[in-house]
Design a protein around this ligand. Structure first.
Ligand code: ADP
Ligand code: MG
Length: 476
């Protein structure tokens, strides 16, 4: 494919066609409509997005589909670059109620771009041969303190000031998704580094740790693996629930943990539940985790939510009425990630439709976005819940077997994935033992039929929906 001959608008239009197939219409409207193609330079397509957060949101939620589209349009060397420009509207309607007089707007843009560059730089910053993996945007300064995180935050601060030598070693922070665990542990890492630039601070997700370990087993480089982790002063490991059931990785982690701990090096972990409730973990590992401090992140209270919304709006340079801030804080009661999603969707909507942010816009945005975000539940969660309910194993669910007691749960799982996620038929098929898209369609139709013809089955589906806390009722 010769990219030079194409123009950016055409390439982007084709990318959009691909992207559209993989995400819901609402999300497409919210996150892709406001993007403008800017230029195409060899294999680099530059697109313009309306804010820093917008860019982060795309990278976090749509990287995969963006990548797919770009590679398919521009070939294997295709790349995407972002240009972040805040739309200042047409002055009169003041679409984005910017908190700055006209001439400062460009300064503001520059500030955002600088911030972006800093982030990229720091991500690549290496301490000796260590890549810290820390995201410089997560700091204590922009971590709002509230009732919900006060103790955990102050434990984190104590550690940041004296890593390895407080009683909080290891520090394990637990809590539901989107409550600020990753933000806080990265803030600790960033603070330690900024005060002691020679310390080796390493942030790693458990998933990455597991993959790294398996790769070392495969290539016979376990020695390198352990000396890599044993060489750090501060090991920050995110989402340790992911280690569950991975016995060999746990064994290795046990050794690393002991050595680091004995030599007073700091270990910081997060988990989606209290240590005592972690499943599929070796007892000796759990008892180590209990040594230090187990601290939780709670649901944010009203005041904290208000402060977070305000901070986000200030950061984006947007002014909104206090009543709207209150309304959002009152209405979004799930987690902080969702709160941020609402704020950013609101800014995007306002910029796109050239409307000021008012209560009406907030209401419609929340209605569409919150339920939409909640719909995007994870396919593994669906499989696990359905298998638990029908009392079969996930392996059996994905197997080739045509036994009735497996076929029905499999079809139910596929049906829920189709209706409650934005995954494509093809992807859903892949998750269910590599089945093709016609099987997926057939499963969905069978479940729909059974719900009409079989009362008992329908009752089971309703019960399942309740257990899984699916937002919208299953429709028959
Ligand atoms: P978790 O790791 O618990 O799932 P994250 O740390 O990823 O949650 O937080 C989700 C989002 O909410 C992030 O963008 C984070 O910056 C933001 N956030 C969470 N807690 C706070 C807080 N106290 N102050 C400001 N932003 C926060
Ligand atoms: Mg996290």
């Amino acid at each position: 494919m010769i990219a030079i001959e194409k123009d950016s608008a055409l390439v982007w239009e084709n990318c959009l066609l691909i992207i559209k197939q993989h995400i819901s219409e609402k999300n497409f409207e919210t996150w892709f409509k406001p993007i403008l193609p800017v230029s195409l330079n060899a294999e680099i397509l530059t697109i313009q997005v309306p804010s820093q957060f917008f860019y982060e949101w795309l990278e976090e939620h749509y990287l995969h589909v963006l990548k797919k589209a770009i590679l398919s349009e521009l070939g294997d060397n295709g790349r995407l670059e972002y240009s972040i420009i805040v739309d200042k509207g047409n002055g009169k309607s003041g679409s984005l109620a910017l908190n700055f007089p006209g001439k400062k707007i460009s300064g503001y843009k520059n500030e955002i771009l600088n911030r972006l560059e800093t982030q990229v730089e720091v991500n690549q910053y290496e301490v000796n041969r260590y890549k810290t993996n820390l995201n410089a945007n997560y700091t204590f300064d922009n971590f709002i303190e509230g009732e919900c995180n006060r103790l955990t935050r102050s434990a984190g601060l104590a550690i940041a000031n004296k890593p390895g030598t407080t009683a909080f070693n290891p520090l394990t922070i637990y809590g539901a998704v989107g409550l600020g665990k990753t933000h806080l542990i990265q803030a600790i890492g960033n603070k330690i580094l900024s005060e002691n630039p020679t310390k080796k601070v390493l942030y790693v997700t458990s998933e990455k740790f597991v993959n790294h370990f398996m790769e070392s087993v495969r290539t016979g480089s376990l020695q390198d693996f352990s000396s890599y982790y044993l060489g750090v002063d501060v090991l920050i490991i995110d989402d340790i629930q992911f280690l569950s059931g991975k016995e060999r990785t746990q064994e290795m982690f046990f050794k690393i943990f002991n050595e680091l701990h004995q030599s007073q090096r700091q270990i910081i972990m997060t988990s989606d539940c209290p240590v005592k409730d972690l499943k599929g973990m070796e007892e000796r590992l759990l008892s180590r985790f209990k040594w230090g401090l187990n601290a939780d992140m709670q649901q944010p209270d009203f005041e904290t939510k208000m402060a977070i919304i305000q901070q986000k709006m200030d950061y984006e340079g947007v002014l909104i009425p206090q009543s709207v801030v209150e309304y959002i804080a009152q209405t979004v009661d799930t987690n902080i990630r969702e709160l941020e999603g609402v704020v950013i969707a609101l800014i995007a909507q306002s910029s796109l439709n050239k409307k000021e942010i008012d209560l009406d816009l907030a209401k419609t945005t929340i209605q569409s976005i919150v339920s939409d975000i909640s719909l995007e539940i994870n396919i593994e969660f669906i499989q696990k819940s359905v298998c638990e309910y029908f009392n079969i194993s996930v392996e059996d669910m994905k197997s080739k077997s045509r036994k009735k007691e497996l076929v029905i749960p499999r079809q139910v799982g596929i049906y829920i994935a189709k209706n409650y996620t934005t995954l494509s038929l093809k992807t859903i098929g892949l998750y269910y033992g590599g089945r093709d898209h016609s099987t997926v369609i057939h499963s969905v139709e069978s479940v729909e039929d059974m719900m009409v013809t079989d009362k008992k089955f329908r009752a089971q589906m309703v019960e399942l929906q309740k257990r899984m806390k699916l937002k919208n009722p299953i429709n028959g």
